[in-house]
Design a protein around this ligand. Sequence first.
Ligand code: RIB
Ligand code: CA
Length: 312
Amino acid sequence: MKNILLFTDPGIDDSIAIMYALLHPEINIVGIVSGYGNIDKEQATNNVAYLLDLANQTSIPLIGGATRSCTGKYPIYYPEIHGKDGLGPLQPPDTIKGKLLNFSEIFKIIENHPDTIVVDVGRNTSLATALILDENFEKKIKEFYIMGGAYFVPGNVTKLAEANFHGDPVASNFVLGYLENVTTIPLNVTNNAVITTEHIQMIKKQSNNPLISILDDVFDFYFKAYQELVPGINGAPLHDVVTLSILMNPDFGNFIKRKVKVQTCGEEKGQSLADFRVGSEQKEKNQQTKIYLTLDYQAFVNDFIKIMTNEG
Ligand code: RIB
Ligand code: CA
């Protein structure tokens, strides 16, 4: 069983990642930090609360994360991809309002769960804040997994930058420059984690879980958005889900270790940089990040369907 503290900004692929984590028999979610990113923090929080309610798991601590980035710029949200309220056409019922625990709760949680793995699938602001508030934070965490970056492939929010690193490049650069034991899952991998309507229908047919009852509506919205972005695409990439899937199945892809820098301003803002020349690994031994570059697509799809149809 893996104890996971999840930093998230749901958002459709975040929401499906939360479903995946809730349904995974080998994942124990020790807390969810909801912050701004795809949508604002308040709506992100209500969306997490809705998913926890559907899953009948409201005892999972819901912790308030960041409202904006370290750059001082106001966040840009993405309703065209994630829907006005972050769940495509859906809105959490009015009766559901996420009740947030104070950010400091995460320090108590990790004291109580010494082998916690941190997974950040949103902007890295809240994670950077945890590192700033507690100078020993990283020593108490077993591993860090981050969805972010793009190497030798175009960005998804600018020609160079992936959305999470672009949303708060100062935080991402700080986190990656600082942490020793961090694994990143960039667009090189996540763009290939394409789930189709057929996969979703297959899952719907096999599951009576209330969480899965909303899966097709949220996925359809996201798929339509991706059809606009990438004409001819036959599904939509679940960036945040594949991050968890690789954490649970590290052999689903190959990684290399390099020191990563994130550009913090200008036209390159949010661009992830690493020296991939032969021998550079030897020269830069400290703060090396594991960067996944490949994905066993069929293994991912099989894992996704298996977990999403798990009835416990
Ligand atoms: O670039 C993909 C990331 O940006 C995902 O975390 C997705 O939720 C979006 O915010
Ligand atoms: Ca996300």
